[in-house]
Ligand binder design. Structure first.
Ligand SMILES: [Zn+2]
Length: 392
């Protein structure tokens, strides 16, 4: 080949690589999310006009979604995943907790995972996140916090960050005055994102973290996971973090923590604790779900158990399964101890997205709950916990 011919071939090859990479980086985030966050439409009860009116009067709080993990603008209505601001408005959600997933093991399962592998690294690269997030779990969570902050800034006042009791009171009074405004509270799923350094707790707090789960799917250097290998209790770092978080007014979340870690956390608690997303053993015998003793333990702190809508939480993608779990918490610990924690966009398959929450209200009505009880279950109880824990 002549030199000119070789140059032409090289240019053609380079062009193909650029086009292929462009197609990959444009298409990959959508393909990945569609494969991870699915809806298998469940049969939903017909919502009566009366129930819709009640639903529209509620201040609904959902304690867990992983929407920040995905590469889309939460201000735009999307046809993928389970929520975004327009869909939260359709569902009349007053406050959504947005969590940060900083690490997820390959072959993630409910029974036993090591922390040796990580799927999030590839995801951060495929989504072209800033390189500082490729190798640092702290940076991933800080990036998720910034994403939420930027969304609030660009939302024309429609999405507001909740960091203090004052923010919360303002949100509720604005909504009661008829304003279309939705609150967003930043949380983290596992203290692996401290990277073993307690100083990172202040960086996350300053970035808006106001709820913190101690573990995710693997044992980390703060706490054992229910899905880990050793499933130990809290480490020295975990105990130190517990005290620091309580002092700062960060709500402590026992989701995914090992039995031993949960027992220690219940023992240490001087403020209400939450299970942000999960279920109960009595209606769904999965290891992540709470025993009656654990439910009573959470209730004794003044906290709430947030029922999820996914298979590992309620064993069936139906409204009935969700409300069966709610009924059980009510029976064991009282109506003041139960709440919602969808796990929307958490690599979950669910039976409905956040626009359809009135179906839960309808099922509660059908089972004879009073308006006052429904107000508590759908958000009032979580509001009480937030008001008592968040900083002034
Ligand atoms: Zn989770």
């Amino acid at each position: 080949m002549t030199r000119r011919r070789i140059v032409r071939v090289l240019i053609a090859v380079a062009a193909v690589v650029v086009v292929a990479a462009t197609v990959f980086f444009i298409a990959a985030p959508g393909i990945i999310e569609r494969a991870q966050n699915k809806v298998e439409p469940a049969e939903l009860p017909d919502v009566s006009a009366e129930t819709q009116q009640l639903h529209d009067s509620l201040q609904i709080i959902d304690m867990h979604s992983d929407t920040l993990m995905w590469d889309r603008d939460i201000l735009d209505r999307s046809d993928r995943g389970h929520m975004d601001l327009p869909r939260l408005e359709d569902g009349n959600v007053a406050l959504q907790v947005f969590s940060s997933v900083s690490k997820s093991p390959k072959g993630q399962n409910m029974d036993s995972n090591t922390g040796d592998t990580d799927n999030i690294t590839l995801l951060t690269i495929a989504q072209l996140q800033p390189p500082r997030t490729w190798n640092s779990m702290t940076e991933r969570s800080l990036y998720h916090a910034e994403k939420l902050e930027h969304a609030a800034e660009d939302s024309d006042g429609k999405l507001v960050l909740i960091r203090t009791r004052g923010d919360l009171d303002q949100l509720i009074s604005d909504r009661e005055a008829g304003e279309q405004v939705t609150g967003a509270l930043f949380s983290v799923e596992g203290l692996q994102n401290l990277e073993g350094n307690i100083d990172n707790l202040d960086r996350l707090y300053d970035a808006g973290m106001r709820m913190a789960g101690f573990a995710h799917f693997f044992d980390n250097d703060a706490a054992g996971s229910m899905h880990g290998v050793d499933r130990g209790g809290l480490t020295d770092l975990g105990r130190e973090a517990f005290v620091e978080l309580e002092q700062r007014g960060v709500i402590i979340d026992i989701a995914h923590a090992s039995e031993a870690a949960v027992a220690e956390m219940l023992e240490l608690a001087t403020r209400p604790l939450v299970l942000s997303h999960g279920g109960v053993q009595a209606t769904c015998d999965a290891n992540r779900n709470l025993s009656d003793e654990q439910i009573r333990g959470v209730a004794a702190t003044g906290g709430v158990v947030g029922i999820g809508y996914f298979d590992a939480a309620v064993c069936d993608l139906t409204i009935k399964a969700v409300v069966d779990a709610i009924d059980h918490v009510v029976a064991v610990a009282g109506v003041e101890s139960v709440a919602l924690g969808s796990d929307f966009d958490g690599s979950t398959t669910v039976g409905w997205d956040t626009t359809e929450l009135a179906a839960i209200t309808q099922e509660l009505v059908n089972r004879g709950y009073t308006d006052e009880e429904i107000t508590a279950i759908m958000g009032g109880n979580t509001l009480r916990v937030m008001r008592s824990v968040l900083p002034q």
